[in-house]
Design a binder for this molecule. Sequence first.
Ligand SMILES: Nc1ncnc2c1ncn2[C@@H]1O[C@H](COP(=O)(O)OP(=O)(O)OP(=O)(O)O)[C@@H](O)[C@H]1O
Ligand SMILES: [Mg+2]
Length: 380
Amino acid sequence: MTTITLKNVTKSVKDHIIIDGIGLVITGNSCTALVGPSGCGKSTLLRLICGLEEPTTGEIYIDGQCVNMRPPVERGIAMVFQSYALYPHMTVFDNMAFALKIAGCSKTDIAQRVQQTAKTLKVEHLLDRKPKQLSGGQRQRVAIGRAIVRHPKAFLFDEPLSNLDAALRSEMRYELARLKADLNTTMVYVTHDQEEAMTLADTIVVMRDGRVEQQGTPLELYHRPKNLFVASFIGSPTMNFLQATVDAWQEDHCLRIRFRSDETLLVKVPFDALEGKEELFSEGSSLTIGVRPESLEEDVSCTDQEGVRLNGTVSLVENFGNEAYVYVTLQKGGHVKVRLAGNCTYEVGRRISLFLPQSDCHIFDANGEAVRRFKEESLC
Ligand SMILES: Nc1ncnc2c1ncn2[C@@H]1O[C@H](COP(=O)(O)OP(=O)(O)OP(=O)(O)O)[C@@H](O)[C@H]1O
Ligand SMILES: [Mg+2]
């Protein structure tokens, strides 16, 4: 149940700030996924936690102990790299046994721990092979096994599955989820794969330019992104964004939004969500409306939901069989992607009418910050 805490951690190289004042609590017995665009500092953050790099300022605590001055070997943390980093001249057994030998464990103890781990990872039959005699997935298992045998306090994974093909990645994702449940340990997991982050992690941390943009459960981030950046980063395909302006306030917390010149949409916003930001909501102020592809429906003419209708033309169709992503060019400008059933055909050029329910709209102010809605409490 190891907890890792970062307090105002920065890392600079010359005058380049890589990590910019990160405060983060990674709770024990959980999996935290670090996501963010390439170069935002995810690997650097892992390297700081395990001690391969020193922070420029700030403190890193493992179970309440400041480890800034402790070398990696004393931190009890195992890191699994994307590149596997196995010793090519050693067998699988020796690769897995290496850290235990260095730690002075007895031969019997080493043999027992390696065998047990190999069994868990289904690589028992490969123990005599060298890494070059293994497939990518098998090498990845050995790299994970090498970390597990040490019984570390926590695991740090840096894009461990990104070298594998889609089928193997999905299989390994399942294995990792199983391991997570079996090992009851703390995991920090860097990935570019949304599915991995959404399905494996208990908490997702979205990073940008060396800072944390938002930390929350996968569903919190999906349903309640704090800003435009998180909204556009989480979710695949990405959320649709439409430009709009504030039209007027009405009774009962209703904000009337004007978009696409003549259409208006009423959304309920609690007044306290706007405290200190009144100027951003004066008449004519810019807003962005976000809507996920699955929230748009092909128009149902009789609905009791509030919302607006959008007419357009199908410009591209990606049909996966079970579902189709239909790209629509809107009559009054702009494009949206819609997730529709895969058992229909949507011909390019066909006219389509969509319905955007007001309850599924995300509203972002001119600074890109999300505006809290009334219904949010019931979302997650
Ligand atoms: N030793 C170093 N010296 C100078 N700059 C560095 C050093 N290590 C990393 N950087 C820079 O720090 C930034 C963050 O790098 P990092 O590898 O942590 O990003 P990342 O989020 O892991 O990216 P990716 O998703 O591509 O792996 C990048 O701009 C990188 O060029
Ligand atoms: Mg990286």
